[in-house]
Design a protein around this ligand. Structure first.
Ligand SMILES: Cc1ncc(COP(=O)(O)O)c(C=O)c1O
Length: 483
């Protein structure tokens, strides 16, 4: 059914060519502002996006005409923005969802895919949230976060990280992910490059792409504990380089950058006036001594060009509270605040009260966080010892976070009856899900296809069970691996 449109001649109104079944009206860019004023629609139709009269730098604008109800039903133009099409969905979320669906269907899957602590939020934090609701602390807060929380964050950054900020140099967001998004959006122009050492957290390259920037991947190797070679960094930098993302302790490898190496990186960064550093320190408290955390902004000359990201999700087991923050020079932080003001506004008032309680638990989260870290350490030691005994498997012992990134590529090439060939991290993960019923994340999603990520945010008993299942499935593969 065609829409009856009373468009003046010469306005450039045409049917969409994308799909013959889609009854869409396409306005050429030059004609859009005129067309939206003159086109009239029968009362049974609604025009979306009619307010938008700006010249957009997109290939075309599509006005969708859609029947509200009744016999005149029309299809909807399903085309999406090129920005969406350039982004990959998160593999970790996809695998966790798949494992959950299998569990619901009665398959006893052990899910070691998600990046979230298995502990409950400590009760003192939860109580603060409950009290906030009871006391009616349920209204909008200032866009950048409450002054009391930002003041507490400044205190934490000074005492624990040796970096000085004032509350107007902090923006509190709905999770560190949002903080990273806003920072990259705030500083990158189309065509700028975002330098990302691999293996990387799955979201970094996609965040760069969403900001119309280009991710530039710097590989590392397991034999170097996945730490970036400063020489390789230097070779990857140009005048297009705008942001270097560092993540220490790292998701997915658990590597921790020693201070000396960060100092070498800082020297290279200092040679590139356009280059900023986004230092993602969200796993900072989940660290296994003698490894020690260094905040990149604390290094000489780096404060001015570093955006420090942190959050409450991991150390305080607060993933669902959605609370994170960014700290940096006011010029950049104000830009992040501007984006947030038109994006989500301030973080949840209740979560901010809970975050304040988290920061009151003592240095690095006090005894409560130390107890969780101790448990993570025991689990890490168990997995490192046991997987380390499997022939051909390579491990870099993680110094932080709660992930093991193991090189299982010695099993690639195996041909399994009823399954097919295992030739990459994705097929090995599928095999382990199918035959061992353990859900893990393929290293390919993190930029290293030789490895698989195991999250050890699960009880020791669960990990023991998972290890036995994986071992059995891998041993069954052995005869099928070409020598
Ligand atoms: C390295 C890293 N940075 C940031 C985040 C985002 O954390 P949040 O829950 O605060 O958005 C994650 C979550 O998995 C992460 O692994």
């Amino acid at each position: 059914m065609a829409a009856s449109v009373g468009a003046p001649s010469g306005i450039g109104l045409s049917q969409s060519h994308a799909h013959p079944k889609h009854q869409c009206l396409v306005f050429s860019r030059s004609s859009w502002s005129i067309a939206s004023k003159f086109v009239s629609f029968p009362s049974s139709f609604s025009l979306r996006s009619v307010e938008n009269t700006k010249e957009l730098q997109l290939p075309r604008l599509t006005a969708v005409v859609k029947a509200r109800a009744g016999p005149g039903h029309m299809d909807v133009d399903l085309s999406l923005s090129p920005r969406v099409n350039s982004v990959k969905p998160s593999k970790t979320v996809a695998i966790t969802d798949q494992a959950t669906a299998l569990l619901k269907a009665g398959v006893p899957v052990i899910a070691l895919a998600a990046g979230e602590p298995d502990f409950d939020t400590p009760s003192v934090i939860a109580e603060a949230g409950i009290n906030a609701i009871r006391e009616g602390y349920t209204r909008y807060t200032p866009n950048t976060g409450t002054l009391e929380l930002r003041t507490a964050i400044c205190r934490k950054l000074k005492e624990e990280n040796g970096i000085s900020y004032t509350p107007d140099q902090i923006v509190v967001s709905n999770g560190a992910k949002q903080s990273i998004h806003q920072a990259v959006l705030a500083v990158c122009s189309p065509g700028d490059e975002v330098i990302i050492p691999a293996p990387f957290w799955v979201s970094y390259p996609e965040i760069a792409r969403l900001a119309d920037a280009t991710p530039v991947i710097v590989p590392t190797s397991i034999s170097e504990d996945f730490l970036m070679d400063p020489k390789l960094l230097e070779d990857s930098l140009s005048e297009k380089s705008r942001v270097l993302i560092l993540c220490s302790p790292s998701n997915p490898t658990g590597s921790v950058y020693p201070k000396k190496l960060l100092e070498e990186i800082a020297k290279i960064v200092a040679k590139h006036p356009r280059l900023l550093v986004l230092s993602d320190e969200i796993y900072e408290h989940i660290m296994y001594a003698p490894a020690a955390h260094t905040s990149f902004a604390s290094l000489p000359g780096m404060w001015e060009r570093t955006l420090t990201v942190n959050g409450f999700s991991k150390a305080f087991a607060m993933t669902g509270w959605r609370l994170g923050y960014i700290a940096g020079p006011k010029h950049f932080i104000q830009a992040c605040a501007k984006i947030q003001s038109q994006f989500t506004s301030g973080a949840s008032s209740v979560s901010q009260k809970a975050g304040l309680a988290a920061l009151s638990m003592g240095y690095a989260g006090g005894e409560t966080v130390a107890t969780m870290v101790k448990a993570f350490r025991e689990r890490r030691d168990f997995l490192v010892k046991n997987f380390g005994e499997l022939e051909g498997v390579k491990i870099s012992v993680p110094q932080g976070a709660f992930y093991l990134f193991i090189d299982f590529s010695c099993y690639y090439g195996a041909e399994i009856e009823g399954f097919g060939e295992i030739n990459c991290s994705e097929s090995l993960c599928r095999y382990l899900l199918e035959r061992a019923q353990v859900a893990l994340v393929p290293g390919g999603a993190f930029g290293d296809d030789t490895c698989i990520r195991i999250s050890y945010a699960a009880s020791l008993a669960t990990l023991q069970d998972a290890f036995e299942r994986i071992k059995k499935a891998l041993v069954a593969l052995r005869p099928a691996v070409p020598v």
